[in-house]
Design a protein around this ligand. Structure first.
Ligand SMILES: NC(=O)c1ccc[n+]([C@@H]2O[C@H](COP(=O)([O-])OP(=O)(O)OC[C@H]3O[C@@H](n4cnc5c(N)ncnc54)[C@H](O)[C@@H]3O)[C@@H](O)[C@H]2O)c1
Length: 251
């Protein structure tokens, strides 16, 4: 019988980069719950965000072309196909721009921008000729500046280069949506707002007060968006940036 649930990912093979991390693990859970076979790709030795969790990892360094291609090949050998790729691996940086080192600047761009490029190029090749779905994880700071008031006088603030990298992710999402459309590959982004991870109480209070839905995000809040963008439910959606931020950017 034909599968009538448009959100079903039954028989689909997915990869989540940075799948050991806070959001990555939630994307893995969500895609698996929808029926996909999911490979967790991460740096060798990356510690699971959820302590004690043991998952087999496909080793990948998203900044290294050869490592990315080897990871894609490993998944193809194991599963025979590739349908969904989530570019989730990424890092933040919270030190002042006045003292920014070029090594810090380059590292953020390498992982957050070059990593998305290398993985998209390799995954798209592996998705042919069937097509597939690529999902890039951006950030509200790719859309708007951090509001310095919520960081108070802590000396911490999300950085200029992080924002630039996530704007770059959104731009690349549109570029690849257009340039991979003929190959039946849809490319979309998810833009999460701030996710609770035991930040300092003053920060949680300030962030919450500025969020229309009145709380920080939970990683669970993100996985439905990934299932939607990975599945036939979004079959006519490409180049979109799905903002999941509790309304943070709505005012
Ligand atoms: N947590 C938030 O509040 C938030 C908000 C908006 C966007 N994001 C974005 O969501 C994504 C996941 O963030 P998170 O909070 O879960 O972070 P996290 O640190 O918990 O997880 C990131 C994962 O990426 C992996 N990684 C880092 N460098 C890598 C590399 N070179 N190659 C392969 N893997 C690498 C890490 O090992 C880790 O498992 C990131 O792109 C981040 O920018 C997070």
């Amino acid at each position: 019988m034909k599968n009538k649930n448009p959100f079903s990912l039954k028989d689909k093979v997915a990869v989540v980069t940075g799948g050991q991390g806070q959001l990555g693990a939630a994307f893995v859970d969500g895609l698996e719950a929808a029926g996909a076979r999911v490979f967790v790709a991460d740096l060798p030795g990356a510690k699971p965000f959820r302590r004690g969790e043991k998952r087999k990892i496909v080793p990948i360094d998203v900044t290294d072309e050869h490592s990315v291609e080897a990871a894609v090949a490993q998944v193809r050998r194991a599963a025979g196909r590739l349908d969904i790729w989530v570019n989730n691996a990424g890092i933040g940086l919270f030190t002042p721009f006045e003292t920014r080192t070029m090594a810090e600047f380059d590292r953020v761009l390498d992982i957050n921008v070059k990593g998305v490029f290398l993985c998209t190029r390799a995954a798209a090749k592996a998705m042919a000729p069937r097509g597939g779905a690529i999902i890039n994880i951006a950030s509200v700071y790719g859309l708007v500046s951090p509001d310095p008031r919520i960081y108070g006088d802590s000396g911490r603030n999300s950085s200029e280069v992080y924002g630039a990298s996530k704007s770059g992710v959104i731009a690349m999402t549109r570029y690849f949506a257009v340039h991979l459309a003929k190959k039946n590959i849809r490319v979309n982004a998810i833009t999460p707002g701030g996710i609770f991870n035991h930040q300092a109480p003053f920060f949680v209070k300030n962030y919450t007060a500025r969020t229309p839905l009145g709380r920080m995000g939970h990683e669970r809040d993100m996985s439905g968006a990934a299932v939607y963008l990975a599945s036939d439910a979004s079959s006519y959606v490409t180049g979109h940036n799905l903002v999941v931020d509790g309304g943070w950017t709505a005012w």
